[in-house]
Design a protein around this ligand. Sequence first.
Ligand code: SF4
Ligand code: SF4
Length: 116
Amino acid sequence: MFEREIKELYEKISASVCSPDCCKCCKDMIQFSPSEEKNMGGYEWKGKCRHLKNGRCSIYEKRPFVCRLYGTSVLLKCEKCTPERFLSEEDTFALVREYNKFRNMEIGELKRTIKS
Ligand code: SF4
Ligand code: SF4
């Protein structure tokens, strides 16, 4: 698993402050890597993410890459999120490329484990 490498990518994303009355992005299905799924204690979607409780993310510190990126990149701006800074388009693409590399390697590792 590439948990450490993925967590290092989190550090490149600005902290953001969501408006307390907003949970818009938590109603979309999200993508995550196998280690992120484990870290957040599984994932289930029934019209919204099961980790959304009382209008807030109940696993905020353990939320996956995509949840961190939303609202903090110029490409994924949302009305009610106030990040410390926005990631540029170039930095966003670079970060997503890195993330996808580790995510795909984790998925490959998982498939090999299941087959053996
Ligand atoms: S993990 Fe948290 S931030 Fe991400 S979709 Fe679920 S509730 Fe929202
Ligand atoms: S990231 Fe934006 S859309 Fe998602 S909950 Fe926060 S304020 Fe709402």
